[in-house]
Write a new protein. Structure first.
Length: 456
């Protein structure tokens, strides 16, 4: 990391301000070459200074800016860092960046600023990954979870488990290497107790992984049902705006309509599907096929029934598809009188939640939102709990660590040699270390930071 890197740190497009970030040992030197302060005596560490970007070759003014130089290691990358606040247009940013590169910097790779923060010990790997989650957070809840990970809440949990594992490893090693010394002999009973405690800690984290994935990526929710039962009306009610066309004509919705919404702090991707029915209309049939694809890919199904009329063949066919799936069934049009009851539906779909609604009056909408939240959190992760596993990489490594500690427990129960038990305990220790970057391989680092944008 001897070279100095630079990149535009703000989103592309027009804006009030655009920022160019420079990091590395030549940051101050480069800034001095391209920046001409209105009052040079004010160019001090961590002081924002007004002036101009000037081409050092010909003295031409490129932009009117504010600049700041920050001495490492108290910076984002733990290196000397400079930031140039330009006017937020593509031209001034491009011209300024070209000058910075010409004066000795190179363009930063995606995520390289954060990678340097990790390599310089300012962040561990899980904290570095949280930076992306903070940027991409879709709801306040997603943001809170990401910020807690960035602050090290998740890292500390992993480190705590690894400390327990290290204690176990030390005891095992001592008993293997110094069997004849006056050392307290480790008992298999104590060893099992220690490993069970570690297993519980790991599984507590794993129990939040499903919720974490949804908080990070969104709950993929498909609204299905036969034509004219209220699917588009439900979407409009949840969005609190008219997004989908609602008419009395069957087959009005011929394609899937997707929208993102926050429900009780949960990012939800709603898909309003074409009504599922038999039809000779080629275009409508294509929409129905897309509806079935959305059904198969969904995390949650919201199935709407017309509670004011008898169950149709289409209803019965959809109910067959729903067996064993996580779903909420809405008995709609309750304002017109009930022909189908909750008990009728519950008898056919005992694993589903049934809610009586009226899209026309708004009845039951609060309960629908409550049920969506309940299905996500599942009673296992409270909304107040910020220790949630959101990364697929973390979940996979926790799974590996869980399998290793379980294998170790089985060998303890079987009375196997300590040397064999040590292998699985050490494997668990290494897997957890990879989460925070203490045992991670270079190709993993490359994959993690390649997901970042330039300038971060």
């Amino acid at each position: 990391m001897e070279d100095t890197i630079a990149a535009v740190a703000t989103a592309p497009g027009e804006g009030g301000i655009g920022i160019i970030r420079i990091s590395g040992e030549k940051s101050r030197q480069i800034l001095n070459r391209v920046f001409q302060a209105a009052h040079p005596e004010n160019l001090k560490d961590r002081r924002m200074v007004y002036g101009h970007i000037v081409d050092p070759d010909n003295g031409a003014i490129v932009d009117e800016v504010l600049c700041v130089f920050m001495k490492g290691p108290s910076t984002y990358t733990a290196e000397d860092t400079a930031e140039i606040n330009c006017h937020g247009g593509m031209i001034p940013l491009r011209k300024t960046l070209e000058l910075v590169l010409r004066c000795g910097a190179r363009i930063a790779e995606p995520g390289e600023f954060t990678k340097r923060a990790f390599l310089n010990g300012r962040l561990d790997l899980s904290q570095a990954e949280a930076v992306i989650d903070v940027i991409k957070a879709k709801t306040d809840r997603s943001f809170d979870v990401a910020m807690n990970q960035l602050e090290g809440v998740f890292s500390e949990s992993i480190k705590s488990i690894r400390e327990k594992l290290m204690d176990v490893l030390v005891n095992i090693t001592v008993n293997i290497d110094y069997p004849d010394e006056d050392i307290e002999e480790i008992t298999y009973e104590k060893l099992k107790c220690d490993l069970e405690s570690i297993r519980e800690d790991i599984e507590d984290l794993l129990s939040s992984a499903s919720t974490g994935r949804i908080l990070r990526d969104g709950l993929n929710t498909a609204i299905i049902g036969k034509p004219n039962v209220g699917k588009s009306s439900l979407m409009n009610n949840l969005l609190r705006e008219v997004r989908a066309i609602v008419t009395e004509i069957p087959g009005t919705t011929r394609d899937t309509i997707e929208e993102n919404i926050s429900i009780r702090g949960i990012p939800v991707r709603l898909t309003d599907t074409a009504g599922i029915r038999e039809t000779d209309d080629v275009i409508e049939q294509m929409g129905i096929e897309k509806s079935k694809a959305s059904f198969n890919q969904a995390d949650l199904i919201i199935f709407i029934l017309d509670g004011s009329s008898e169950l149709s063949q289409e209803d019965e066919e959809i109910m067959e598809l729903l067996r064993g799936r996580k779903s909420i069934v809405l008995l709609n049009k309750t304002d017109l009188g009930a022909v189908v009851t909750k008990s009728d539906v519950q008898g056919r779909l005992p694993e589903s939640v049934v809610v009586e609604t009226s899209m026309k009056t708004g009845r039951g909408m609060d309960q629908v939102e409550e049920e969506i939240a309940a299905m996500v959190y599942g009673g296992k992760v409270s909304q107040e709990n910020s220790l949630v596993v959101t990364s697929a990489r973390h979940r996979d490594l926790l799974d590996k660590a869980d399998r290793s500690v379980k294998d170790a427990i089985k060998m303890v129960e079987a009375g196997e040699a300590l040397e064999l038990i040590e292998i699985d305990v050490n494997s668990c220790y290494q897997d957890l270390g990879e989460i925070i970057g203490e045992t991670v391989q270079d190709d993993v680092l490359q994959e993690v930071f390649s997901r970042f944008c330039l300038g971060k």
